[in-house]
Design a protein around this ligand. Structure first.
Ligand code: NAD
Length: 360
């Protein structure tokens, strides 16, 4: 069995960081067939579209997609449909990627990078699971109109619709319980059930799904409290499952707990386990081409790909252990550098991970 991997480097630092992740994947000697394809602004420049049909076909035919980053300010004036970021939305839609996994890990060596006190965040290892294709972001109807009723009747108003179907909630809940099972067995479902009907419905469905996972400890928390607890005692959490809107905000909050955007991987999965794996950061046009970008978020995304789409857990663990070893040895890219450590560039960081892998 050969795994088909679509590699989409994209724009800005995308190609630099992807190069290092591909070196790491290749060193594992797994049966991988890697196909590269253009995406984002680079694809627009060549083919007039940020997600050309050939790229989409390559992605659809693959077991997993390793994605760099897209975007550059020079494309900001293009019509929305041609902007680089539309490639990600197009891939999510075409592949039905409804489950977004964002781990927030703070390696003890990087505890000073967080804006919180080291004793609160050091060793943090949580995972935010965000529903990605429903909720108020996609609910119809939406738009602007003259308010039909209420105290502002007749005035122009903007409106959106928050809605979740039962199957949408239950499939993300299943991913939540299964993910919790693979970790510490704790799942916290975040909602706003005290105010929102959609959230009460969410909670009822999660409780129903919970009956199938008696071994997982389920708790519920209102989103405003979750936002507070994440900065007060973030290590109390393990896996958090939540809807699209709340997950958007909480996953960024959790990312900032670590203080190092260059370290954070992410995964977006569909019902068959096919997934898109990408660093949580963008294309960083301000440092593109300088060879200074941190490739670790992308290398760790490759590890997530091995674990979640290819079931190659042992190889995923090897990559993560190699990254830990490199950090312990004191090597840092500029974004995570502090006095007393050794500053290295993108390729040297890749070299160091490869070296640690060969010794692991
Ligand atoms: P960004 O994440 O690209 O950069 C924010 C800051 O973090 C910059 O100072 C950058 O230099 C730094 N940074 C990011 N990744 C780094 C890394 N690996 N190593 C070292 N430093 C790193 O966000 P932005 O500047 O707001 O956006 C830039 C472009 O990226 C925009 O066009 C935006 O639309 C796009 N974007 C793309 C994605 C994606 O592809 N998934 C996500 C977010 C933003």
């Amino acid at each position: 069995m050969t795994y088909q991997i679509a590699v989409l480097p994209g724009d800005g630092i995308g190609p630099e960081i992807i190069e290092q992740a591909v070196r790491v994947l290749s060193a594992l000697k797994l049966p991988l067939e890697i196909k590269q394809a253009p995406v984002g602004g680079t694809a627009y420049d060549q083919f007039g579209h940020p997600l050309p049909p050939e790229t989409l076909a390559t992605a659809q035919a693959s077991h997993a997609i390793l994605f760099g980053a897209v975007g550059d300010w020079k494309y900001d004036k293009l019509p929305r449909a041609h902007r680089p970021e539309q490639a990600i939305l197009g891939l999510r839609k075409a592949l039905g990627l409804f489950a977004n996994l964002r781990p927030a890990i703070l390696y003890p060596e990087l505890a000073n990078a967080s804006s919180l006190k080291p004793e609160i965040v050091s060793g943090l290892d949580i995972l935010i699971l965000r529903e990605l294709t429903g909720d108020i972001y996609f609910g119809q109807p939406r738009g602007t109109r003259d308010a039909p009723d209420g105290p502002f009747a007749g005035e122009p108003e903007g409106f959106d619709t928050m809605r979740y179907a039962k199957s949408e909630v239950s499939r993300i809940a299943h991913v939540g319980f299964q993910t919790a099972r693979k970790r510490s067995g704790k799942l916290c479902s975040v909602d706003k059930a005290n105010v929102l009907e959609t959230s009460q419905f969410w909670r009822d469905v999660v409780l129903e799904v919970a009956k199938e996972y008696p071994d997982v400890e389920l708790t519920h928390m209102y989103v405003d409290n979750a936002a507070m607890q994440l900065v007060r005692a973030p290590r109390e959490f393990d896996v958090i499952v939540t809807g699209n809107l709340f997950g958007d905000i909480l996953s960024d909050e959790a990312a900032m707990l670590t203080g190092s955007i260059g370290m954070l991987p992410s995964a977006s999965l569909n019902e068959t386990g096919q997934g898109l794996y990408e660093p949580s950061h963008g294309s960083a046009p301000d440092i593109a081409g300088q060879g200074v970008a941190n490739p670790l978020a992308t290398i760790l995304s490759a590890a997530m790909m091995l674990r979640h789409s290819l079931n190659e857990d042992a190889s995923a663990n090897r990559i993560e252990a190699a990254v830990r070893a490199v950090l312990a040895s004191g090597l840092r890219t500029a974004d995570i550098y502090e006095p007393g450590t050794t500053k290295v560039g993108t390729a040297q960081m890749g070299d160091a991970v490869l070296e640690a892998l060969s010794q692991g």
